[in-house]
Design a protein around this ligand. Sequence first.
Ligand SMILES: [Zn+2]
Length: 125
Amino acid sequence: MTESQRREIERHLEDTLAALRVQAHMDSTGDLCCADENEFASRLSEMRLSVALQARVNVQIRETEEALRRLDVADFGTCRECGEDIPLQRLKANPTTTLCVHCRQERDNAPRHMGMPVAQAGLRA
Ligand SMILES: [Zn+2]
């Protein structure tokens, strides 16, 4: 990976991180003074949804921070499995990836003994 490609990814990651941090700090609880029970119920389910979203945003923040740290080491952009370069397009679309498309697919097709949560697997796809 060239220096300018590295910078490009770095900028991209920093933008992503900034956007995620804005999301993470949005008020997820809101104001629970509602007109009636129905509204109260729907607000409650919105809150549950936003808690789930919040958790996902926090995971993405951690992964993006980790990717930024990895950017400084030599093996960034190199597949952890086969050692091939991960195409720049793939890195930009999914900077936290540590596998090339091929190894990712092999892993997805392999039976899962470790039981990675489906939601998390989806995030990395
Ligand atoms: Zn690979």
